[in-house]
Design a protein around this ligand. Sequence first.
Ligand code: GTP
Length: 573
Amino acid sequence: MSRRRVKNIDYDDDEYFDDYDDDGYDDYRPQQASSSRQHQAPKKPPKPAKQSSSAPSTQPASRKGSAIKSEPAKAPPLSKPKQNGSTGSGRPPLAPSMSVDEGILSRGGSDEKERVRAAEEGIMGGVEGEKPPEADARLLSLAPLNLVVIGHVDAGKSTLMGHLLVKMGAVTTKQIHRYQKESKEIGKGSFAFAWVLDEGEDERARGVTIDVCVKHFATKHKVVTVLDAPGHRDFVPNMLSGAVMADAALLVVDVTRFEAGFERGGQTKEHLQLVRALGIGQLIVAINKLDAVGWSEDRYRSVMDPLHGFIIGPEAGFKSSNVQYLPLSAFEGTNIVDNNCAELKAWWGEGATLVDLIDGLQTKGRGDSTGASGGPFKGCVSDVWRTGDKTSVSMKVDGGTLRNGQKVLILPSNETAIVKGLECRGASVPECRSGDYVDTALLNVEPHFVSVSSVLCDPSSPLPVVTSFTAQLLVFDLDIPIVKGQQVMMYLHTGVDSATIAALEAIVNKQTGERENKRPKALVKGMVAIVRLTVPKPVCLDCKGSGGVGTLSRVILRDRGKTIAAGLVLQPS
Ligand SMILES: Nc1nc2c(ncn2[C@@H]2O[C@H](COP(=O)(O)OP(=O)(O)OP(=O)(O)O)[C@@H](O)[C@H]2O)c(=O)[nH]1
């Protein structure tokens, strides 16, 4: 199944401001570039045990095409996809995809008329109407992983994911042949694989990803939810909406135009800083389009060296051991699940493929099998649409466990609802745990009680609903200093809204963590500061250190199309 979406942000408490040792991720302090952080030539990734190129499919063949009749061909009003439009909070909606996928994990439909009819009747998704497949036992035994794909525009992100999904059996040969034919007809033949993910008409006509697209596939040990993010600078907010859902990031770099994406104005650095700010500590770097430079090892290294310096340097702050690199060709499909290219083998040997590296990624903060981790249930809504007389939402579980039949409190609307169905990773499931991306949670309420950025939580543990709060922020590269009274765009978990910097309360000493320089006049690049933010409408949030995966406390500020600061909510004020 695929779903287009567009949501939010988050930021990691621990890595910026707390000890981060216990989770093995990072000892990142943005301030101090310790000598151990100085650039070291990265090593080739270890060679994990090779995996069969015919990785197991995630759904039995008999389920192909099932549950597709209830998938709408166009979304009803609440979820109608809008390119750069907005739903609820003003963030562009992650509306259900119009996918007609017949692939193994896809829930698109083969019967277009039936899907249109279902949409017109307002019957959305597989929770009500024809049911989605039950998750099979093998899938449930795999570790879930949400992977956001980032990188400068045209780096080859969608092509890479499209080709990977084809190779993993999540897209049929018939379907990719159709994309090849149709893309050729409009003179965009090189985008055939990208069309697996770029499903919007605009995206296909322009050859640019606009919304985040969500797809699933399984490796040997993982069931992976891919969030393919746009690379164009105009769509950074959409990219953030995918990144906030992720456990790990895959950075795609175009080896032929590396400098354009890496230097000032390119999105490579900004994306890296943002995913790190969102608490993502694990990174795979796919150096793409090696076919276009004759599989040159020299070119590969000339890109990897400056990139690695930035990635482990003070501005991005990844831990070297959590970053892995590999050369590939998304277009030719080389080194994705296998490597049959003699020129690459000559210097890469039997090095890991992309699927090997994805299979070896770790997740943190995930609920355990008892659902005990993360405390009471809480989660943030990233998409909303009507399902008959009920409301469906997509969301990220930030802590605890969400179960079918459970009563939840919706904030800020303060309405309660019962969960009438749950879908995760393309299948119907009895529960979703901390860290899970929930494809669909069906709620027995009217849609106006829920919007993108709503929070669902355990009614006995309501989260704060506020119009003013303090946050600890790291200041990014700025054209002009941040001052009191400044209006900014605020990305708070899955929401986006305007906000005012009501007060600059203190500068934080990066070495000691102590507050000093009370009431500074202005904030400049590299500072860590405590600021008070006010918002015009009440927002529901969580505070730093409240448990779970921490999505609900992450805040990113942007101004005039640039990210200016990112951090964590400290407390309501
Ligand atoms: N030669 C070559 N071209 C590639 C490769 N991968 C992608 N391309 C081409 O690069 C162009 C952009 O590919 P996309 O997959 O749309 O790039 P993207 O990063 O998803 O683009 P946005 O999401 O819009 O930022 C297309 O013409 C692809 O065919 C590759 O491995 N080799």
